[in-house]
Design a protein around this ligand. Structure first.
Ligand code: ACM
Ligand code: ZN
Length: 525
């Protein structure tokens, strides 16, 4: 008897937990209501889609998730039968959503209905549905607890950055990175392609950039050459791969600073004339593009022309951070430029530099974004700001009616330590999962009107101390999931304990997809 009571007590304690675990979706949807009953998925399940290539691709995603779980051969088809099948998944384009990314899931014990205004919204509906499926199944069927979801993102810019310059990552990994972003409804991949320590993108007009600029003779004194770059064909392949996952790729070409790899190839674009070698140690380097030399701007126009041909992104990142003014102060050309234009100082010279580049990018129908130093000396007229040295840059930009993306080092730098001890060597800082989760992208200093200029937030993965793909995944995950909730879910639904509860499923989900991640100590077997 006592055993029976203990047993019942045990189960009644378990009930609310299992009810909660029914919906482990990350990022948390705007609304999710568990319904009575569940739907059985089997080899008899039909997937109905609308006609078209995009719909077929989306339907195939659902089919393959089912087939991999129960070893069936269900498929998506636009050919509907008159009889309503016992188990049906419908993908439908409908109007009446707030954005192309919004979606709805309605479930009954017979039907799962996914709807959205576009393929993008349906893709996100599918991402949620995949998280509602069991990870492992035995046998020929599985069931999904009925749940109705209405969902839309809070922010338009939901970004992740990857530095492929300090350490280089192969195309297969870049795609795997894009895959996990898509699983969690992130939509902007910021690809940091040029640096002091390596130029990683092929530019046809300047072949030395990759012949010389993609190789450094050693790293922090290790005596071993290090190299790597992407061909234009590989870049196109990644951009198209990301597009199919509804992710925009924003390339970053660093200027005027962090340019030593380029200057090693074309020293005439510097203030001193060089010679230079591709950077071998981390930090901020004094040699930068000369702002008094028109050839610098011709070079950058040519590079950006090829970059804009490769990347359809409306917005191009031009760097702008950490540009020491030492060389400009001592350079005759730079000083002449300051005098002729009546500029106050080298900060205004940097502003001139960025504005000149912006004018060119705007002439091609695109816009620029830069790190928050581009505010110094005066912001270029149409530029957006990526606030990294804190939130002040984002606040200043929004108050001046410029768009901003929040990426403060305090909460959004995934090269920081994830725990106080026992972690692999990192650059410094402390940004654990909880801290990322606590981030609020709209600074209190902004009123409602100004807050509209905050496009969203992103986290950055700088790779000075990250040499391998496993390590990169470890630094990315699980923190990226906290970020996804920060940028997608309503502010009012943020609840750390609820998030951590849902994360239990997500760790298994990441494992299923072969990602390396930092498991919470003592919580995960
Ligand atoms: C940066 O972290 N230097 C943008
Ligand atoms: Zn100069």
């Amino acid at each position: 008897m006592k055993t029976k009571i203990t047993f019942l007590l045990f189960f009644s304690l378990l009930m609310p937990i299992s009810a909660q675990v029914t919906n482990s979706v990350v990022p948390k949807p705007v609304s999710a209501e568990v319904q009575n009953g569940s739907i059985v998925i089997s080899s008899e399940t039909k997937i109905w889609i609308e006609l078209g290539e995009e719909m077929q691709t989306l339907g195939d995603l659902v089919a393959s998730a089912i087939n991999s779980r129960i070893k069936a051969k269900v498929f998506a088809t636009a050919k509907m039968t008159k009889d309503i099948p016992k188990s049906l998944i419908k993908l439908k384009i409908e109007s009446g959503f707030s954005t192309s990314e919004a979606y709805k899931i309605i479930m009954t014990p017979n039907t799962i209905s996914l709807s959205a205004m576009s393929g993008n919204g349906l893709f996100y509906a599918i991402q949620s549905l995949l998280q509602l499926m069991p990870i492992e199944t035995e046998g020929k069927t599985f069931s999904i607890q009925c749940i109705n979801i209405t969902d839309e993102p809070r922010f338009a810019w939901r970004g992740m950055h990857l530095d492929v310059c300090r350490h280089f990552f192969p195309i297969e990994f870049v795609k795997k990175y894009i895959d996990v972003m898509a699983m969690y409804k992130l939509n902007t991949f910021h690809w940091h392609l040029t640096e002091d320590q390596g130029w990683r993108i092929e530019i046809k007009k300047y072949p030395k950039l990759t012949q010389i600029g993609s190789i450094r003779k050693e790293t922090m004194g290790d005596g071993k050459p290090y190299r790597g770059f992407y061909t234009q064909e590989q870049i196109k392949d990644v951009v198209e791969y990301a597009r199919r996952k509804y992710i925009n790729v924003v390339p970053e070409i660093e200027m005027p600073g962090h340019a030593q790899a380029a200057l090693a190839c074309y020293p005439e674009l510097s203030c001193t004339g060089g010679p230079f070698e591709v950077g071998t140690v981390w930090g901020v380097i004094n040699d930068v593009f000369c702002a008094g030399n028109d050839r610098t701007f011709e070079f950058l126009k040519d590079v950006l022309t090829e970059v804009m041909d490769l990347f359809p992104s409306q917005i191009i990142h031009i760097g702008g951070d950490e540009c020491p003014k030492t060389r400009w102060k001592a350079c005759e050309k730079c000083q002449t430029r300051i005098k002729v234009l009546g500029l106050k100082d080298e900060h205004e010279l940097q502003s001139y530099f960025i504005q000149r580049v912006e004018k060119f990018v705007n002439s091609k129908g695109r816009k620029i974004i830069g790190w928050d130093e581009i505010l110094e000396g005066g912001l270029a007229p149409n530029a957006a700001v990526m606030s990294w040295r804190g939130v002040e840059g984002g606040i200043a930009a929004a108050k001046a009616k410029h768009y901003a993306v929040m990426s403060p080092g305090t909460h959004c730098y995934f090269d920081h330590y994830q725990a106080q001890s026992g972690e692999p060597k990192a650059i410094g800082g402390f940004t654990n999962l909880e801290k990322v989760y606590s981030y609020e992208p709209i600074p209190e200093a902004l009123n409602e009107e100004e807050a509209k200029y905050i496009m969203g937030a992103q986290a950055n993965l700088w790779t000075e101390y990250i040499k391998t793909t496993e390590h990169a995944e470890y630094m990315l995950l699980p923190r990226m999931l906290a970020l996804s909730e920060v940028v997608w879910s309503p502010k009012s639904s943020r609840n750390l304990n609820d998030f951590l509860e849902r994360m239990k499923f997500q760790y298994s989900y990441l494992k299923k997809h072969n990602y390396n991640f930092r498991a919470p100590r003592d919580e995960i077997k």
